[in-house]
Write a protein that binds this ligand. Structure first.
Ligand code: ATP
Ligand code: MN
Ligand code: MN
Length: 351
């Protein structure tokens, strides 16, 4: 479960040009617009990230006019998404504001409130999950334990990590807004997975199964694994008709690969080996956006995330993903890899 609400210290307060009732404060690597004087540098606050869904309790009722989202219930009465107040990226007087701050008094008495304390559960904050697109199909079980799930940490919570890796060469790829795809060959078995599930590959109605079949992926992976002498998985983003409103305007479903994984040694291939493997498999990588030697803070990387999509210059790209050219395991983060989301994309599409 993602940590959405934490105790943090306000580090900066700055005016917003042309605005006298509001100002911006800095919490972690985020900028949050607040009433002037409401919070001061050094204050400890409860900070809730974007995608938080706050419960309908008196402290949060003031959000009802702007942010209320009713529950989503399916045909069988199962709650797919609880009701609550949804925190998203907004722009106020030209300033992008991401997340919301509260005084510590919103915490139930006795809640540990030291710097960094995770208060997501104490406050009853849930993650806002936009309804899934695409046909999920039947699943055969949980995501296999012998593979890592796909995920990327937001750069705004990684100020210390950025400081540690200054001078390291990173490559950038375009973050695509589709749906996560994993396929593997392991101990003679071929499988296809969505973000969290192992799929039943006999169900041809499933978007991801159809993609795997159209690409002949089972045979390609088997051939590749046999040639290399180890088990292998590929992970990428499926985009196209039926997925996330097909923002890129594609005519057919496509798979864009961002990981090749050696299942036998539980290791991601480094950038150049990965690209060689992707080519050998006859697949396509996610769009490459060059490299940089890290000399950047959060705001600079967020600025770099802005731009249009390589796949369709008419639309804002979702963002960028940064990774070192040679894989690095970080003590705090695990795999060194993170995302910067384009604020213009969030303002336009994040409904
Ligand atoms: P959050 O963790 O912020 O709640 P999330 O985990 O639901 O969000 P995303 O914000 O979409 O998901 O970020 C991670 C996902 O981005 C990965 O799981 C992967 O499917 C997808 N992705 C798209 N393009 C890329 C890329 N170029 N490199 C790596 N992952 C990518
Ligand atoms: Mn995530
Ligand atoms: Mn996504």
């Amino acid at each position: 479960m993602r940590t959405l609400a934490t105790v943090q210290t306000v580090t900066t307060a700055e005016p917003i040009p042309g605005a006298d009732a509001i100002e911006k404060i800095r919490v972690l690597g985020w900028w949050v617009v607040v009433k002037k004087g409401e919070f001061r540098p050094g204050d400890r606050v409860v900070y809730c990230e974007i995608d938080s869904l706050l419960p309908e309790v008196p402290d949060f009722e003031f959000l009802r006019p702007s942010s209320y989202k009713p529950a989503i219930v399916d045909g069988t009465g199962t709650v797919l998404q609880h009701a609550g107040f949804r925190i998203k990226t907004v722009r106020l007087r030209g300033q992008v504001s991401q997340g919301i701050c509260f005084p510590l008094s919103v915490l139930p008495t006795g809640t540990p409130d030291g710097e960094g304390a995770d208060v997501t559960e104490a406050l009853g904050v849930r993650k806002w999950e936009p309804p899934q697109t695409g046909s999920a199909g039947r699943s055969k079980g949980n995501f296999p334990g012998f593979l890592p799930k796909t995920d990327e940490t937001r750069v705004q919570v990684l100020e210390k990590t950025l400081a540690r890796y200054q001078g390291v060469e990173f490559y950038l790829t375009e973050k695509l807004d589709g749906t996560s795809f994993t396929a593997f060959v392991r101990a003679g078995e071929f499988g296809v997975c969505s973000r969290n599930l192992l799929l039943d590959t006999t169900d041809d109605t499933a978007t991801l199964v159809r993609v795997a079949k159209a690409l002949g992926l089972e045979e390609r992976l088997r051939t590749f694994a046999a040639a290399r002498g180890h088990d292998v998985a590929v992970q990428g983003e499926v985009i196209g008709p039926g997925v996330q409103q097909n923002k890129y305007g594609l005519k057919e479903l496509a798979l864009k690969v961002f990981n090749v994984f050696d299942v036998s040694t539980y290791r991601y291939l480094d950038r150049s080996d990965m690209l060689t493997a992707v080519a050998e498999l006859g697949l396509e990588p996610v769009p490459a956006l060059g490299t940089l030697v890290l000399d950047h803070g959060v705001d600079e990387l967020v600025a770099l995330s802005e731009g249009t999509s390589t796949l369709n210059p008419k639309i804002q790209r979702e963002g960028i993903v940064l990774r070192p050219l040679s894989e690095v395991q970080d003590d705090y983060l695990g795999r060194l890899s993170f995302k910067a989301i384009n604020p213009k994309f969030l303002l336009k599409y994040d409904e």
